[in-house]
Design a protein around this ligand. Structure first.
Ligand code: FAD
Length: 611
């Protein structure tokens, strides 16, 4: 073990204070652990590297789940959002997804303030350069080592029985703008190689992904008279179950489009785009492609929609959503000039792509602890995901599980029917990733159960039981549930002709609002309670059907597979199945069924050997 000038002792060390790291530190602290949150730059805590927005389809539901478990993200965006919209509001309630533009700087300052306010967190500016481990003596686990702590620049070390790594896009990162290559995980910042070295030494599999970001322009130089207005909702919906209402003034966004001139310019310069010149080899997010990628992949389209999104209330900087690029600067300048409304726009920051190391997440247990190193957890972009919400959700779970491990308690694992967080982590650890992972509603087989507005019903009791949810939040939750109960009773009591109110509300054209106009007994309830009851009533039939499937899966998930189970000893099991099961090491039969390439016949063999 290296000699260190100073050693600090903690229960949980979190490396990186981005979206995963801040939630990890906060959840571990809520569980009573003494936490060191170490990050390379204190001025970038909770920074939004790319789009200044939180939520969106399926992501909005994740934010509500984070909030239901006592996390930070929902409250922060409610306080710092500048434009709130409910996406998919014309579709069924399970598809409703809140999204908000953030005041980017206000968002990160609010995250930092909340972290600084936490009793059990020491937030420190430190660059972590190595992981300190020692060989493990625990034969029953597959771990080859156990974590002892981390070394930081300047000769000091931090020791703890658990470490959560949340280093985002910063490991061996290279940024590309045209032919120009610069080391760094985010514009204006550096990269770190020590942690990748340590992960290599510990024989983790490491692969490379890439992501990209568009140019930001000066809002004063946009001709908004030629653009389509995109206003926020009249009645903005909060993300957090603690926020009563959003009263801040909403800022407009604007819509424009690319056109054939822009596309021709891109086609003519493809040889200078790092993705096409061969300069970038790694895979990028398929669902968030660069503009050069869109022009090549969707060659038949002569236009793509662009959203102009202000980065805050106190800046003119505007993010151009939809035109992420790593083309050279001169091409970016020219591209902008061909876009309606942007003819005279000035670029303030150029777009770029970044390539970085990540660790395929099938090296993790469902608790997000690594299989190779006891006490070492991974969360966020390091696990091959993309997006603030996905990162924050993993951070919350990894931080909680680090604290639970220190306390000698069972890990917190959210199931696929309890939340998108469960879907996310199960997908990662069971199926791993071959491209940056983004959450979609279609990934959740029980999505009708997973509405944004019932995230608290699904998760707050669990969070409270564990200690993740404070008493004050629990009191709010209980009083809301009481209101829902009373509203349902009141609804059953009203009659429309001969039909009881709850049966009448099942009709597609009927809403709580319509019913309550004629029935004063319903008017005493807040609009949000009425809407929740309406969604519960309208969805009851579908929910009951999904519940049957959930129960069947739950029976399978109760069939646990012991940690050291030797698949190689099942003679009739196919070679490929033996390999996959040994690699993933599912904790239950339920998880084993979801490994790609594992057939019902393989499962039957495993089941009979378990017996
Ligand atoms: P980050 O938010 O990156 O936080 C990592 C933290 O770790 C940073 O604070 C960093 O300083 C710290 N750190 C790193 N190494 C060390 C060290 N050795 N010691 C101490 N601290 C360290 N997401 C999308 O959904 N869509 C997009 O289009 C998109 N585009 C992106 C474009 C770019 C250029 C970048 C950089 C990111 C993009 N993202 C996008 C991803 C989004 O930013 C991340 O998913 C999210 O920020 C991940 O959160 P995280 O907590 O894992 O990492």
């Amino acid at each position: 073990m290296p000699i260190h000038s100073t050693i600090y002792f903690y229960d949980v060390i979190v490396v990186g204070a981005g979206h995963a790291g801040t939630e990890a530190a906060a959840s571990a602290a809520r569980l009573g652990a003494k936490v060191a949150l170490l990050t390379g730059n204190l001025d970038t805590v909770g920074q939004m590297s790319c789009n200044p927005a939180i939520g969106g389809v399926a992501k909005g539901q994740i934010v509500c789940e984070i909030d239901a478990l006592g996390g930070l993200m929902g409250q922060v965006i409610d306080r710092t959002g500048i434009q709130f919209r409910m996406l998919n509001s014309k579709k069924g309630p399970a598809m409703h997804s809140p999204r908000a533009q953030a005041d980017k700087k206000a968002y990160q300052f609010e995250v930092k303030r909340l972290i600084e306010d936490c009793e059990n967190i020491d937030l420190r500016q430190e660059v972590v350069i190595d992981l300190i481990t020692e060989p493990t003596t625990n034969d029953s686990s597959q771990a080859i080592a156990k974590i002892v702590g981390v070394s930081v620049n300047g000769g000091a070390a931090y020791h703890a029985p658990t470490v959560v790594l949340t280093t985002g896009t910063f490991l061996q990162a290279i940024m590309h703008t045209g032919e120009a290559k610069t080391p760094g995980g985010r514009a204006g910042e550096g990269t770190t190689s020590g942690i990748s070295g340590a992960l290599n030494r510990l024989e983790f599999e490491i692969e490379r992904f890439k992501t990209g970001t568009p140019a930001r322009i000066n809002g004063r130089t946009i001709d908004i008279s030629r653009l389509q207005l995109q206003p926020g909702d009249d009645l903005p919906q909060p993300f957090s179950f603690l926020t009563k209402s959003i009263d801040s003034v909403q800022v407009p966004c604007w819509i424009t489009h690319t056109n054939e001139q822009v596309h021709s310019l891109i086609r003519a310069n493809l040889h200078r785009a790092p993705m096409y010149s061969g300069q970038i080899q790694s895979t990028g997010p398929r669902y968030c492609p660069s503009i050069e990628d869109k022009v090549v992949r969707f060659a038949e389209k002569d236009s793509h929609q662009l959203f102009l999104e202000p980065e805050g209330r106190n800046t003119h900087e505007v993010y151009i959503n939809g035109i992420s690029t790593s083309l050279p600067r001169d091409v970016q300048d020219e591209m902008i000039r061909h876009i309606v409304g942007l003819e005279n726009a000035q670029i303030m920051r150029y777009g770029y792509a970044v390539e970085y190391d990540f660790c395929p997440p099938n090296q993790l247990r469902p608790s997000l602890e690594t299989k190779r190193v006891d006490g070492l957890f991974f969360a966020g972009q390091l696990n091959g995901t993309t997006g603030y919400e996905e990162a924050a959700a993993q951070g919350l779970i990894a931080g909680a599980n680090a604290a639970l491990k220190v306390a000698g308690q069972d890990a917190l694992v959210i199931s696929r029917d309890q939340g998108y967080i469960g879907v996310l982590i199960d997908d990662l650890v069971t199926r791993s990733v071959d491209e940056p992972y983004r959450m979609f509603t279609s990934r959740a087989e029980y999505r009708l159960l997973l509405r944004y507005d019932n995230a608290d019903q699904r998760l707050t009791p669990l969070g409270y039981q564990l200690g993740l949810v404070a008493q004050s939040r629990w009191n709010v939750y209980e009083s809301k549930q009481e209101q829902v109960r009373l509203a349902k009773i009141a609804l059953q009591a009203v009659r429309v002709g001969e039909v009881p109110g709850d049966k009448f509300l099942k009709r597609p054209e009927v809403t709580w609002e319509i019913l309550s106009q004629e029935h004063p007994s319903l008017q005493v309830f807040e609009k949000s309670i009425g809407q929740l009851v309406e969604h519960d009533v309208k969805y009851a039939g579908y929910v009951a059907r999904q519940q049957i499937q959930v129960d069947r899966q739950e029976r399978l998930s109760k069939k646990r597979i012991p940690e050291g189970f030797e698949y190689n000893k099942i003679i009739s099991l196919r070679f490929e199945a033996k390999q996959k099961l040994t690699k993933v090491r599912p904790v239950s039969i339920d998880q084993a069924t979801r490994i790609s390439g594992i057939t019902p016949a393989d499962i039957a063999l495993v089941l009979s050997h378990l017996k």
